[in-house]
Write a protein that binds this ligand. Structure first.
Ligand SMILES: O=C(O)CCC(=O)C(=O)O
Length: 231
């Protein structure tokens, strides 16, 4: 559920505020942000608790961890994976691996509720027949961020990227194919799904530091689930 912007704490201040005690459902909508970039607002709002539960089950086998990038610093975002191939980074480079380096076991399978969502969101954004085999889960605490980057570790850029957001809102930085262009700032909320592919598959993108807050489902976190066809 989307949390209300109204303040319930000022007793007798504004009778209309009572209405906000009953959270409104945001109607789903489709926004084209650029050629090949589609924002499906509130696309998975009603499934959010089941999606979060699926993330919790993955986390019991392959816990969130803060990975180290080749340049040597530790990422502020905590990550884990599901699927045949998981994205990892360490001092030696970025790669997809069938094995979780934290426990030397295969990553957990992608739960059906996540896979179905990825496929229906991709189809809704104009990419039917998407068959992801990699599901990267990013957990942002307050202040965590992801700097501007391209997703280039996949073998075939013909497949889109599907990115599901739960919990705290974020400012998504949507760049272009040129790193030097100033990215647009797009507000992404709980239940939104962003899909990019085709001519936009290699756009630079990132996430601004997560603002202070709390969410009824995820507490002090934003959870982002991205689906890719890695090979
Ligand atoms: O958290 C997000 O919204 C974006 C995640 C992302 O850019 C990535 O996993 O490459």
């Amino acid at each position: 559920m989307r949390s209300s912007n109204h303040n319930h704490e000022t007793e007798g201040h504004n009778p209309a505020a009572e209405v906000s005690l009953f959270p409104e459902l945001t109607p789903p909508s489709i926004e084209s942000l650029a050629e090949g970039v589609t924002l499906l607002r509130a696309f998975c709002l009603d499934q959010a608790p089941a999606l979060f539960e699926a993330v919790s089950s993955i986390e019991t086998t392959s816990p969130f961890r803060h990975m180290v990038v080749p340049a040597g610093h530790t990422m502020s975002v905590a990550m884990t994976n599901a699927g045949e191939l998981g994205w990892t980074t360490d001092r030696t480079g970025y790669r997809y691996s069938p094995i979780d380096p934290a426990n030397d076991r295969p990553w957990p399978a992608i739960p059906a509720v996540l896979l179905d969502l990825a496929q229906s969101a991709a189809a809704g954004a104009g990419f039917p027949g998407f068959t992801p085999n990699s599901c990267l889960i990013n957990r942002y605490a307050i202040g965590a961020r992801l700097s501007l980057h391209q997703d280039k570790n996949e073998q075939d850029y013909g497949h889109p990227i599907v990115s599901v957001s739960l919990g705290l809102p974020a400012t998504f930085l949507l760049g272009t194919l040129r790193r030097t262009d100033t990215p647009r700032r797009i507000r992404i909320e709980h239940g939104d799904v962003l899909v990019w592919g085709g001519p936009a598959r290699l756009v630079y993108h990132g996430v601004a530091p997560i603002a202070q807050g709390g969410h009824p489902l995820t507490g002090p976190f934003r959870i982002n689930i991205t689906f890719r066809r890695a090979r």
